[in-house]
Ligand binder design. Structure first.
Ligand code: ATP
Ligand code: MG
Length: 415
């Protein structure tokens, strides 16, 4: 009989928190390996786009892919897109970092300097004209690229983001070619990149893949990311390889729990694992949350179903605050009403207890009917919720929650 030490609790619920065991992503890692190898050999490859609901592990996977690229001596940079933020500075910073990683291996420092001059010009193009009456720019507008070389002119500085991005990315790729590797730019929350920037990014990826240039963009975003990209450029469907990141199957979910426990010489009874899977539905965030609470409550190994039962309310309370509540609070009263109607309709449509009962897509027309409103009058609430990343529209005329089990949570909330 072994004591389960709370100090050694291995589980890690949290946004972007590296899990103690990255379970069930072998296929995605293998695909990326092949992509890197092909690009390094000058073979055509498509950029990768990871899509999935909140908490399925997109950020964690993106970070893991980045580590893989670094291990292969690629230059890398990462961005987290935000709504209403231009891509220019973040992408400049990411490429700066990527090229800095390659610079020590480059034989001709002046080539690096030439690139940095272009990079600086590209980044500075976004500097807003200094405020009226010479007012000092706001702190966040001041950008310190830390580039010592002077900005060059005539390349990547036209002000047209599409032209500039194509030029900047091809120049970056040329630096990578010189050192015999590639550059990978990782973009998280990619659905939040603005329309004009998305369009420019697609054009740049298109151009680079035609040139066989060793630079790829690896994106991650909510399930409607493909729709965002194809709205920008019709050819985007052929440009990217989409990988749906989903909940873990039973074997992977068990592995996510058991592998870290084994390293602490702790075991689970089969019934405990059955119950944990029933509660988590295999969603990685929930696997970590229930795993953590259960570990804290279990007095000894093996961990039993009774331990899970005792711990579950605590896990649920923490999820209600940290995972669901923090998102729900971002919604206005009208938006909350909209989501409540969604939650009720999703239940009517789906089978209670089925995996997707609360995550099913709901026709917007039915939401309007349920609320006794005209569909058009609800568009502002719907659009705002999409922008806040709480719902998405996968198919025309329907919406679904981006947060797994959100409908169930909403039904427990007082109106
Ligand atoms: N493959 C996995 N195996 C086990 N746990 C995982 C796995 N992937 C992610 N997790 C855990 O799930 C949680 C959520 O991961 P992450 O933040 O990467 O999700 P996400 O998809 O980026 O969510 P969001 O859309 O909210 O940004 C983290 O606590 C992480 O440790
Ligand atoms: Mg994330």
């Amino acid at each position: 009989m072994r004591f389960v030490d709370p100090v050694r609790n291995p589980y890690a619920p949290g946004a972007g928190q590296r899990p103690p065991e990255l379970a069930g992503r072998g296929r995605e890692l293998d695909v990326f390996d092949v992509v890197l190898e092909r690009i390094a050999r000058g073979r055509p490859e498509r950029s990768l786009m990871l899509t999935g609901l909140r908490g399925v592990g997109k950020t964690v996977l993106l970070n893991t892919l980045r580590s893989e690229a670094i291990n292969r001596l690629w230059g890398t940079g990462k961005i987290e897109a935000r709504p209403d933020q231009s891509l220019r500075r973040p992408i400049a910073a990411a490429l700066h970092m990527a090229v800095r990683e390659l610079a020590p291996r480059h034989r001709a420092p002046d080539r690096i300097d030439a690139f940095l001059g272009v990079l600086k010009a590209f980044a500075q193009r976004s500097t807003p004209p200094s405020g009226r009456g010479g007012a000092a720019p706001k702190l966040r507008d001041r950008w310190q690229p830390g580039i010592d070389v002077p900005a060059s002119s005539g390349r990547a500085d036209s002000g047209d983001i599409e032209i500039d991005l194509v030029e900047l990315l091809s120049d970056a790729a040329a630096v990578a070619t010189d050192v015999g590797t590639g550059i990978a730019v990782f973009i998280d929350e990619m659905q939040d990149v603005g329309a004009e920037d998305v369009s420019a990014l697609c054009a740049a990826c298109h151009e680079l893949s035609q040139l066989g240039a060793p630079l790829i963009v690896v994106g991650a975003g909510l399930p409607h990311l493909p729709a965002v990209l194809s709205a920008a450029k019709s050819y985007s469907e052929r440009l990217y390889r989409y990988q749906r990141i989903d909940r873990l199957d039973r074997i992977a979910a068990d592995q996510a729990l058991c592998a870290p426990a084994e390293r602490e010489e702790v075991e689970y009874e089969q019934k405990a694992l059955d119950l944990l899977y029933e509660k988590s539905g295999g969603y990685p965030y929930f696997v970590q949350a229930y795993g953590k609470a259960t570990w804290d409550h279990a007095p000894r190994s093996p961990i039993t179903a009774a331990d899970v039962r005792v711990a579950a309310p605590e896990a649920e309370a923490e999820l209600a605050v940290g995972f669901f509540g923090s998102r729900f609070e971002r919604a206005t009263p009208a938006e909350r009403e909209y989501m409540r109607a969604m939650a009720t309709l999703a239940l009517v449509d789906g089978e209670e207890g089925g995996r997707d009962d609360m995550d099913a897509a709901v026709p917007t027309a039915e939401i309007a009917r349920a609320l006794g409103r005209k569909p058009a009058s609800l568009s502002p609430a719907r659009d705002a919720l999409i922008k806040k990343g709480l719902i998405y529209s996968g198919e025309r005329g329907t919406v679904a929650f981006t947060v797994p089990h959100f409908g169930r949570y909403l039904r427990t909330q007082p109106a």
